[in-house]
Design a protein around this ligand. Structure first.
Ligand code: GLC
Length: 610
C-alpha cells in the first residue's frame, strides 16, 4: 500500500473522534485544519526505516507486553559524556541485557536553571555539550539495529523562561503572553493559590512568579524559571504536537510525557487531573497512531493508583500505553524501613485487580525523590498517623534512626507541615554505603542480599522493569552536588552521580559487591526473559504467607505457576503456604525446597516452581 494511502486509512479511522475532541476544547476549524495538514507533513518526513518499524508494531500491537523488555534510565553526560559516547557504550548496555534506554532530558536548557533538563529552551536542539540532533538520530538507528528501544522525555507542561516564546512574552508580545498564564496583579494568582497544592514547597514555594521587568505574574507550578504552558490556546497544543512529532521522527520509540496531570488549569480546582488533560492525552494517542504508531506513550503520573489508572483510558479509547507504578515503588521502601509487607500486599492487590491490558513500568529508584504517598487511611487502623509515620520513614532512610543501615537525604523538607520526601541510590538505601564505609563484611553481605531481593521482587511484578543506571553495580550516593552552587539546593542530585566505570570494571572480579550485584541481577533477568510465566498476560495475585515480613506473589498462566517469596526482614522467617504441598525448585538458587516447614533466609528471595 502506498504510504499516502496508509496515512489516509489511519486518519480516517481517527478523524471524527480527533475532530470532536479538538472542537470540544478549541472550537477552531482553521487550527484543526492546520493540525491535520501538519500530521500529513510529519508522516511524509518520517523515514522508511521508522515506517517499517511502525508497520511491524501495528501488526503486533502487544509487542511491548511480553517478558522481553528491560529498561534502563540514564543521564547521557553521567553515563558516557555525550550522545556519541552512549553509542560507543551500547555493548555494555547489552551486557546489562537492557533493550530499552531512557535518555534523561537532553534538549537545550540553561545551566543553573535547568531542573535536570526539565526546563527546555528549545525542543528541536540538543544541549551542545551532549551533541546534535544528528547524533541522536545516529544513536537511535544504532539502537534499533541492536534491537533496542529509545525513550526520551517530552516536557509538555512548561518551557524554560529562556524559550523563544517566553522571551517574547516577557517583552510584552501578546501573542506569546497568551501561550502562558500572565497576570497584571496578584488577584487571580491568589485565587489559584487557594486550591492548587505546591510541588516544591521548599525549593520553589508558590505557583506564581513575579517578573519585575515584565510587570506581570506568570504561572510557575514547578521552578520559577519553568513557565506553565496554556493549553487553552490551540496554538500551544498544535505547536507542541509538531515538536512531539519532530522528536518522534528522530527515531524515538517511547515518549515519556512529563508531569502530564498538570497540563490543564482551571480556577478553583487543584489544577491536577482535570478532564481536559484526558482529552489532550487521548488526542496525542490518536496522533501517534496516525503518524508514528510504533511510538509508545509513557505517562508520568506521580499519584495514587485511583488517579493513575484513568490515564490508560479505556479499551476502546486508550490514552497512555504505559504508566509508572509509583505507589508500589514508594510502598516498597516503606516495607524496607518497617520490615512489614502488609501495606505492599494491599497495594499490589489494587494494581493486580486492574485489567491486564494496563502495562506498568516497575522501578526501585528513578531520578526523582521518593514521595510518601501511602495509604494512610489503611495505616490508621493500627494507630499509625501520617505525620509520625513519614517521620519514621525519613529518619530510618536517612540513617537517623538507631541501627538504621540506610543513607538517604531529605527532599523538600517542609518544617511547617513536618512533611519531607527522600533521596538516595538503591545501594545507599539498602545499606551498602554504610557497610562498605565501616568495612563491616557481614553488614555488606546483608545489604547486597537486600538489594538483590528488591530487584527480584521488582522483576516479579507485572509490566516492564526499568533499572536506574548504576544500580546494576551498586552505585552509592554522590555527595559532590553539595559543593555545586547550581545544584546544592536540590537533593535529587544525590542520586544523579556520574556513572563509575572503574567500579563497573569490578563486575567480573569474583566476590566484589559489583560482581555479586551485576551477576545476580543479570541472572534474574535471564530467568525472567526465558520463563513464560513472567509475560504480562499471566495472572498475578498475592498470597498469605502467614508472616508479616514475607511477601508472597503468584504468577500463573495455563501451563506454569510460579510462587515468589520475598523476605523484607534481615532475619530468617518461617512461612506457611497453602499451595498443595510438595517439593519445589527455586529458579534463583537451583535448590529444592519443601512447602512444609519452609523457612526463608533474611532478605531472601525465592522463585519457586514445581
Ligand atoms: C517531572 C520530572 C521532574 C521534574 C518535573 C518538572 O516530575 O520527573 O524531575 O522536576 O517533572 O518538569
Amino acid at each position: 500500500m502506498a504510504q499516502g494511502t496508509i496515512f489516509q486509512k489511519r486518519m480516517e479511522k481517527h478523524h471524527d473522534e480527533l475532530r470532536w475532541l479538538y472542537m470540544e476544547l478549541y472550537q477552531n476549524d482553521d487550527m484543526f485544519g492546520e493540525l491535520c495538514g501538519q500530521l500529513y507533513e510529519y508522516d511524509a518526513q518520517r523515514s522508511e526505516e521508522l515506517k517499517e518499524r511502525d508497520a511491524l508494531r501495528e501488526k503486533e500491537p502487544g509487542w511491548y507486553k511480553k517478558n522481553d523488555l528491560l529498561g534502563m534510565m540514564l543521564y547521557i553526560d553521567n553515563f558516557a559524556g555525550n550522545i556519541k559516547g552512549v553509542e560507543e557504550k551500547l555493548d555494555y548496555l547489552q551486557q546489562c541485557q537492557v533493550n530499552y534506554i531512557h535518555l534523561m532530558p537532553f534538549l537545550n536548557t540553561t545551566k543553573g536553571r535547568s531542573d535536570g533538563g526539565y526546563a527546555v529552551s528549545d525542543f528541536r536542539k540538543v544541549q551542545p555539550e551532549l551533541g546534535t540532533m544528528e547524533d541522536l538520530e545516529s544513536l537511535t538507528k544504532a539502537c534499533h539495529k541492536k534491537g533496542m528501544n529509545v525513550c526520551m522525555d517530552f516536557v509538555m507542561n512548561h518551557t524554560s523562561e529562556d524559550h523563544e516564546w517566553a522571551r517574547r512574552a516577557r517583552q510584552g508580545d501578546g501573542e506569546y503572553m497568551s501561550r502562558y498564564f500572565f497576570y497584571k496583579d496578584y488577584s487571580i494568582p491568589s485565587q489559584y493559590e487557594k486550591t492548587v497544592p505546591q510541588v516544591f514547597p521548599t525549593t520553589a514555594p508558590g505557583n506564581f512568579t513575579w517578573l519585575p521587568d515584565a510587570g506581570h505574574f506568570v504561572m510557575t507550578t514547578f521552578y520559577p524559571y519553568q513557565w506553565d504552558l496554556n493549553y487553552k490556546n490551540p496554538r500551544v497544543f498544535n505547536e507542541m504536537v509538531y515538536n512531539f512529532l519532530y522528536l518522534a521522527n528522530q527515531g524515538i520509540d517511547i515518549m515519556r510525557i512529563d508531569a502530564v496531570p498538570y497540563i490543564w488549569k482551571e480556577l478553583n480546582t487543584p489544577c491536577r487531573n482535570l478532564q481536559q488533560v484526558h482529552t489532550i492525552v487521548r488526542m496525542m494517542r490518536m496522533i501517534c497512531e496516525i503518524v508514528c504508531p510504533g511510538v509508545l506513550l509513557l505517562g508520568e503520573v506521580v499519584m495514587e493508583p485511583e488517579k493513575v489508572a484513568p490515564y490508560f483510558g479505556t479499551v476502546d479509547k486508550p490514552e497512555c500505553h504505559m504508566l509508572y507504578n509509583v505507589t508500589t515503588m514508594a510502598t516498597t521502601w516503606n516495607c524496607v524501613a518497617t520490615r512489614d509487607v502488609r501495606l505492599l500486599k494491599l497495594q499490589m492487590d489494587i494494581v493486580n485487580r486492574l485489567p491486564k491490558e494496563y502495562v506498568f513500568l516497575n522501578y526501585l529508584r528513578c531520578h526523582d525523590d521518593i514521595g510518601w504517598g501511602l495509604d494512610y487511611v489503611w495505616l490508621m487502623q493500627f494507630g499509625i498517623g501520617e505525620v509520625s509515620h513519614k517521620k519514621y520513614l525519613n529518619d530510618f532512610l536517612t540513617g537517623q534512626y538507631p541501627d538504621s543501615f540506610a543513607r538517604g537525604e531529605l527532599y523538600n523538607s517542609d518544617p511547617a507541615s513536618g512533611d519531607a520526601r527522600l533521596c538516595g541510590t538503591t545501594a545507599s538505601l539498602c545499606g551498602i554505603e554504610k557497610a562498605a564505609y565501616e568495612r563491616n563484611e557481614a553488614a555488606l553481605e546483608q545489604a547486597v542480599q537486600l538489594d538483590l531481593m528488591l530487584h527480584a521482587y521488582m522483576l516479579t511484578q507485572s509490566g516492564i522493569p526499568v533499572i536506574y543506571s548504576g544500580d546494576e553495580i551498586g552505585q552509592e550516593n554522590d555527595y559532590s552536588y553539595h559543593k555545586d552552587p547550581d545544584r546544592c539546593a536540590d537533593s535529587r542530585y544525590l542520586h544523579r552521580g556520574r556513572f563509575q566505570w572503574d567500579m563497573a570494571q569490578k563486575r567480573t572480579e569474583k566476590g566484589s559487591v559489583q560482581e555479586k550485584l551485576f551477576q545476580g541481577i543479570g541472572k534474574l533477568e535471564r530467568i525472567r526473559k526465558s520463563t513464560d510465566v513472567f509475560s504480562t498476560d499471566a495472572d498475578v495475585w498475592t498470597i498469605d504467607t502467614w508472616n508479616d515480613s514475607v511477601l508472597g506473589i503468584i504468577r500463573a498462566n495455563k501451563k506454569e505457576k510460579l510462587i515468589a517469596l520475598f523476605n523484607f526482614s534481615e532475619y530468617a522467617k518461617p512461612v506457611h503456604l497453602d499451595e498443595g504441598g510438595g517439593q519445589y525448585t527455586d529458579l534463583i538458587s537451583g535448590q529444592k525446597v519443601e512447602e512444609s516447614g519452609l523457612e526463608i533466609p533474611g532478605y531472601g528471595a525465592y522463585w519457586l516452581v514445581k
